[in-house]
Design a protein around this ligand. Structure first.
Ligand SMILES: [Fe+2]
Length: 262
């Protein structure tokens, strides 16, 4: 009973043959290869945002091409670097969201747990935000089944991460609290999975635990690693146990047997 989480791939266009772009794409391919080869397949793979650095030279084509190799069901939410309409068009329409300007929020029913995507994107700032509309929509998604275990996944952690230079990555504390207060009303939430911080942390968030993981883009990762591991991409596996608690492990993605990109 587990799922895999990847985050902050920050993919760039490969057109310029930029070594950073090549490395970021290779990191994602290595993760997908490794996840595909796990002895037991995860019930889902979630991506907690900043799929790409959105811009005129950079769209979701490369991400879609690489992610099409993943065997497990894939569910993303968007980060501050993503474009909401382009993201929804590329990944979610028409499966779960019918309007490309809608919030990137949805629920997926899986065998042993559900996953619920939440949207923390602000249109004006890089930090997270909230509004009554998205909180109300999220509440309806969570109310669909209050007994089954649920992993919520979103980009910006709606709580303070003291290890960060700016511990609160939200525009207003009230907007972060809107998420915390909502999640506190649901006993069946087993973990809040976040991205954005580019480092690994696990913190208490109201009555639940929230965790973050290193960015897959190793050149912008914030954790400290020995020299031999500094360029090795990381994803996490979250295992849900029978008693409802969740344990998390970071995995280094295996090297690919040959140069992945021509
Ligand atoms: Fe990021």
């Amino acid at each position: 009973m587990f799922l895999a989480q990847i985050s902050d791939t920050h993919l760039l266009s490969l057109q310029e043959n930029d070594p950073v772009a090549v490395k970021r794409a290779d990191n994602l391919m290595r993760c997908i290869d490794t996840i595909n080869q796990l002895p037991v397949a995860p019930q889902a793979v979630v991506h907690t945002g900043d799929m790409i650095n959105f811009g005129p030279e950079n769209d979701y084509g490369l991400a879609c091409e690489i992610l099409s190799q993943l065997k497990a069901p894939f569910f993303p939410t968007l980060g501050n670097r993503d474009s909401r309409p382009e993201f929804i068009k590329s990944f979610l329409l028409p499966k779960t969201i019918s309007n490309e300007n809608a919030f990137c929020q949805y629920r997926v029913v899986l065998k042993d747990f559900d996953v619920v995507a939440a949207d923390t994107k602000s249109l004006t700032r890089n930090c997270g935000t909230s509004c009554p509309e998205r909180i109300a929509q999220l509440q309806e998604l969570l109310k669909q089944d209050c007994d089954k275990p649920v992993f919520v996944f979103l980009h910006h952690p709606p709580t303070r991460i003291e290890a960060l230079k700016n511990p609160l990555q939200f525009d207003e504390i009230e907007n972060a609290r809107a998420f915390t207060d909502l999640f506190d009303r649901f006993d069946n939430i087993v973990r809040i999975l976040c991205g954005h911080t580019h480092r690994s942390d696990i913190v208490q968030m109201g009555r639940h635990q929230a965790s973050t993981l290193p960015s897959l883009a190793t050149d912008v990762r914030l954790d400290q690693y020995p020299n031999t591991l500094v360029n090795e991409p990381i994803f996490q596996i979250h295992e849900l146990h029978e008693d409802g608690h969740v344990t998390s492990m970071s995995h280094f993605a295996k090297a690919r047997p040959e140069a992945a990109l021509a």
